[in-house]
Design a protein around this ligand. Sequence first.
Ligand code: FAD
Length: 485
Amino acid sequence: ADAPTPSITFVIVGGGIAGVTCAEQIASQFTSDEVYLLTASPLVKTVTNFKQVSKTLEEFDIEEQPSSVLEEKYPNLKVVQSAVKLLRAKEHLLQTENGQTFHYRKLCICSGARPKLLTQDNPHVLGIRDTDSAQEFQKRLSKAKRIVVIGNGGIALELVYEVEGCEVIWAIKDKAIGNTFFDAGAAQFLIPSLGADKKDRSLPCKRARYATDKTGGHSGASGELGSALGPDWHEGIELRGAVQNSSGVHVEYECAVDKLYTQQEFLQSKLNTNTSELGLWPAYVQLTNKKIYGCDFVVSATGVVPNTDPFLNGNNFKLAEDHGLRVDDHMRTSEQDVYAAGDVCTAGWEPSALWQQMRLWTQARQMGWYAARCMAADVQEEAIELDFCFELFSHITKFFNYKVVLLGKFNAQGLGQDHELLVRCTKGQEYVKVVLTGGRMVGAVLIGETDLEETFENLILNQMDLSRYGEELLNPNIDIEDYFD
Ligand code: FAD
């Protein structure tokens, strides 16, 4: 390939994992080009201690760092701390809040997503997204006796588990907790942990650590534009309420919020007859199952909305149903020379049978990295194939202090009735679930120290016919690794 034309300007928007990974990759590949990273937040997120655990599973830590660290590492990378307020895609032009204008040849939008709030601008409703909102949550929690948590994804799951000294009413729309990640069986396995004594929870665990507010300049950031926290966002902030010995979590299944009342609204409503029973609270939540709870505040953790606002006006972006910027298998949006990666985008290509997009930090890193390679390939007029990481969905995390590994169609996503499940469960220790279709493994959930991830990953990737093994596949007395080696 020809050497890259000098002085092409690559612009990347967003200082989260996707944007930083993309910018680092481009900057290290095009050392004689200027690369600009425009970001609304004063700190950027960098990936450290990256470890490829197996073919597709990866682990890494995340550090929030001042942008100068990036500039020192890559002399051709300039970080501008100012939010983008305008994009004119046809003219290849961007404008930031501080009045600067940038002409780019290739642009990658990595502006992340923000929590979908139950209602906007209600002081009794909180979303958790970045360090600022997590700290606000902690502050409010320290005076709270009861909170209501809405949502059933990863954030809600961690939250209800971590909160101590405060009663938690957890309202979920599903029949089981953790529906985004688990089936009812896994939920059943995890439920006892909610009541368990949290004192024994400090098992060793290597996870991301956030260096919060090292620069002291955090408060200048607009709360809406901070970058998303990742795993262990609650690490280092004590999530303790105002009640001495209460860590009770009460789950309300299959319901949503019907109505929210401030104290005054509630007292004036005809529901008021209930107050003696319900007690006097700053806010009241009426659920669709007709139950009413008074609470100090509500945490809304019902998913995210991609941050596309400043980019849409006057441009012609194709949006996906979830409002993400739709990207093709080269991470290109529908606007020429505009790429997108991470939470802000929606994969618009025909996915592999074993992969699905989930707005997680592993995928943010992978997409940022792959988008950089696609931008580079396009500039150099080289061909590029969809990266191997999009072959198989894989995710390692921790829920309720258990190691959790999710592989492929771990929840039989999109398989309808056409699948079979094998489950092995030892209470308080491990939960193993395998999803099979036509005798081949297509997904797995591994909770606890099962040590099965590599073997299962291989079985899923090579699509070996496993029908003759039947339930033996999960027989704990058989060393499955020997079986297939
Ligand atoms: P972000 O990290 O959100 O970064 C977006 C960046 O864009 C920010 O720097 C922001 O300042 C900037 N920006 C936004 N708008 C503009 C603009 N107009 N101009 C300039 N800059 C802009 N994932 C997991 O895998 N495991 C977990 O356990 C987990 N837990 C989570 C817990 C919480 C509380 C939250 C909120 C998320 C969690 N996630 C988790 C999801 C994970 O954090 C995200 O998927 C990931 O951070 C997305 O990275 P990103 O780079 O796409 O976006």
